[in-house]
Design a protein around this ligand. Structure first.
Ligand code: SAH
Length: 259
């Protein structure tokens, strides 16, 4: 998934790159050491964690706050979730960069800014119930789970459903349920949802998702054709009526059908 290039942020990106270059080198050393099991619970591990926290803080500052997102609960969640644990090892050094990263099976973990924007737009609050379609790496689900205590997420690719479930368990996210299915039909057993986040581009908004949206609930979904520019749409259900608003052009991986 890609956000369209915006030249306004090139300077901030350059600053970010410069400031974090040294940390990326250090991180790579950490990754190298951990691959060969040289790092365990000793001091180098603490150094790695400090490097990662610094990368996350800079990611939030230069990629997210700089683009106008101020919602504290969203920023705190992105500062907390260890994004590098959600990408394949060979891409760990790119985890905090300002772009999507491959996660295998032709899929990508979304750019940090897009995760922040989608999370901000649905305005998830503690105690609310969230559904995500397109678990992928599990990162977006973890971000939602930092804000509320019940998150449901559906992934159509069996291997990704399994690996994201493992990652989320390893990181101690007990409040996320992962299901391997076609998310088109939502998750009736746990409906209605206060928030629905769809992270694959659909040609139309799946009617079951609209049905499963709670009164007063919000859904964010990229709508448009696969491999083309799509519209990120914010859908709200008020007094049983649906209101939709187009937010920005985006490029997401396609919403697949038929599990
Ligand atoms: N949210 C993910 C990234 C999404 S990539 C993250 O944080 O890493 C989009 C994901 O949607 C892919 O993993 C893809 O397999 C999945 N997907 C596509 N169509 C789907 C469908 N109909 N139901 C469930 N998942 C789907």
């Amino acid at each position: 998934m890609k956000m369209l290039k915006n030249p306004i942020f090139e300077t901030q990106k350059a600053i970010f790159k410069g400031k974090t270059a040294m940390f990326l080198v250090m991180r790579n050393i950490c990754i190298f050491l951990s691959i060969f099991n040289i790092v365990n619970y000793s001091t180098p591990e603490a150094v790695c964690q400090e490097q990662d926290a610094k990368l996350r803080n800079d990611m939030v500052k230069y990629q997210i706050e700089a683009r106008g997102i101020k919602d504290k609960k969203v920023l705190d969640a992105l500062r907390k979730v260890p994004r590098h644990k959600f990408v394949p090892k060979q891409y760990a050094s790119e985890a905090y960069n300002d772009h999507p990263v491959p996660i295998g099976y032709g899929q990508t973990i979304s750019q940090p800014y897009i995760v922040a924007l989608m999370t901000k737009l649905v305005d998830l609050k503690k105690g609310e119930r969230a559904l995500e379609i397109g678990t992928g790496s599990g990162y977006q689900a973890a971000v939602l789970a930092e804000i509320t205590d019940s998150v449901y997420t559906i992934e159509i690719i069996t291997e990704l459903a399994q690996s994201s479930n493992e990652t989320l368990n390893q990181l101690g996210y007990k409040n996320i349920k992962v299901k391997n299915a076609d998310g088109y039909f939502g998750w009736k057993d746990y409906a209605p949802f206060d928030v629905i986040v769809v992270t694959a581009a659909a040609e139309h908004i799946p009617p079951p998702l609209i049905e499963q949206l709670n009164e007063g609930g919000k859904m964010i979904i990229p709508v448009g054709h696969a491999f083309q520019v799509q519209n990120l749409m914010l859908i709200e259900k008020k007094d049983g009526k649906i209101k939709s608003r187009s937010i920005i052009p985006v490029r997401f991986v396609p919403f697949k059908r038929g599990k």
